[in-house]
Design a protein around this ligand. Structure first.
Ligand code: NAD
Length: 430
């Protein structure tokens, strides 16, 4: 399951719509505009050049970013992506989502995000290593296990994190691998980190189904994306007794109303790199996948998939956003009008950062948990976070949607911390 997102994952509107929802949430909470002022811009935004010697001896100077959005709850935390289309605004928006995610799920971190504007698909492994090490040399002074802790994101993985941890250890003469998470187990990684986002998604999907009285055993599920998040989510939902009626990747999807054997499907994808050529299933487009007759839809591929143009076709009763930003504001509005429960990304895919937090805790302790301990803590965190947010949404956001509820719940916790830390001299509320 190593195939990676092929297209740009955010649009220039992402930052605008994120800011607009944060502002709306602050207003609905009747909070002082000071709260919005703190959340409107990153605490610090660094742009740095990463000069890299390529294998042919030429030098490429890549642009890189680190956005440290807000650390009222603790050190900044968030992934680093290597992507040719990454922009400063994209990185800022993603760091804001991290602030909200950490607040929602109760991890003592602030939001951060980083990127190197490069195309790793066109690089050799040694070039990719030099980019990884170059990023740490460029940004090392603003990173640290108590300051800002990166993790993998699009086109970066455990190996990239290991190079980054090694470079940081060399630079600082301090082998504290807690400076990054998502590392290989051999250098302080956490068991279960690879599938943590999907596992979190599944715990959240189960809670969402329970609240709508949909039995999870036999629930019909469609998954967009067969990568890290989607592939594992489909496998785990199958283990829960769900019927996975459809799954797709960037080239299209497959459908079987009787339920696919996801183990076989993923084995086929692993060996051929594609979902094509599986017998006994119907091949469908990604648009058809989103419109399948099912109980739970998990968009787990990329941004802006459910839009004003196709949201009316969605038949699922619950949408669990495994991907970041898969639904546009126009899509959201239509899903709300059609009474479809959307569990927003900041909640639904927070399992990854939660297990990253567990990894950081273990690194600080110098002690490793077993899988059962990691899984127990993850399940507890996810179930608690869902029920806190769902309860808040039912109480405070009637007529609105769970995304607004999640933003409001997260901002309420952030504002309380700001108040206690003395950042809000005029109080939280207007
Ligand atoms: P990945 O690269 O492993 O998988 C992405 C999958 O989406 C691939 O199967 C790809 O073929 C498919 N895809 C790409 N374009 C598509 C399209 N137009 N239609 C359908 N499928 C398409 O990536 P991932 O790590 O699984 O991340 C997926 C999403 O989840 C991203 O939005 C990412 O930001 C988000 N996310 C990931 C994690 C994590 O821990 N990996 C954590 C939080 C959020």
């Amino acid at each position: 399951m190593s195939e990676k997102v092929e297209e740009k994952t955010t649009t220039d509107d992402t930052l605008k719509s994120t800011l607009s929802l944060i502002k709306q949430s602050v207003e609905e909470l009747e909070m002082s505009n000071d709260v919005y002022e703190y959340l409107r811009v990153p605490n610090r935004f660094v742009e740095a050049a990463v000069p890299v010697e390529m294998d042919d001896g030429s030098i490429n100077v890549f642009t890189s970013y680190r956005s440290q959005h807000n650390n009222v709850l603790g050190p900044f935390k968030g992934g680093i992506r290597f992507h040719p289309d990454s922009t400063a605004d994209e990185v800022k928006a993603l760091s804001m989502w991290m602030t909200l995610k950490c607040s929602l799920v109760g991890t003592p971190f602030g939001g951060g995000k980083g990127a190197v504007v490069c195309d790793p698909r066109k690089m050799s492994i040694r070039e990719k290593e030099r980019v990884s090490r170059g990023y740490v040399r460029a940004m090392g002074s603003v990173l640290g296990p108590e300051t800002d802790i990166p993790a993998p994101d699009v086109y970066t993985d455990a190996q990239v994190m290991a190079w980054m941890a090694d470079e940081y250890a060399t630079m600082m003469r301090e082998p504290n691998f807690g400076v990054v998470t998502g590392k290989p187990i051999a250098v302080g990684g956490c068991v279960g980190r690879e599938e943590a986002t999907s596992r979190g998604c599944v715990y959240i999907a189960k809670e969402a189904a329970r609240t709508l009285d949909i039995p999870i055993k036999g629930a019909r599920v469609a998954v967009q994306g067969a990568g890290n998040v989607g592939g594992f989510a489909a496998l785990l939902m199958e283990e829960e007794g769900c019927k996975i009626v459809g799954i797709s990747d960037s080239r299209g999807g497959i459908y079987d109303p009787a339920g696919l054997s996801i183990k076989d499907v993923m084995a086929h994808k692993k060996s051929t790199g594609s979902l094509e050529g599986i017998s006994g299933v119907k091949e469908i487009t990604n648009q058809e996948l989103l419109a399948l007759d099912c109980d739970i839809l998990i968009p787990a591929a990329m941004e802006n998939q459910i839009t004003g143009k196709n949201a009316a076709d969605v038949k699922a009763r619950i949408v669990v956003e495994g991907a970041n930003g898969p639904t546009t504001p126009e899509g959201d509005q239509i899903l709300k009008e059609n009474d479809i429960l959307v569990v927003p990304d900041v909640m639904a895919n927070s399992g990854g950062v939660t297990v990253s937090y567990f990894e950081w805790v273990q690194n600080n302790y110098g002690f490793s948990w077993d899988f059962a301990t990691v899984d127990k803590h993850l399940r507890e965190k996810m179930v608690e976070a869902f029920n806190n947010v769902y309860g808040f949404y039912c109480e405070r956001c009637i007529g609105s949607d769970m995304r607004t509820g999640a933003y409001m719940y997260a901002i309420k916790k952030l504002a309380e911390a700001m108040q206690y830390r003395g950042w809000l001299r005029n109080g939280i509320y207007t």
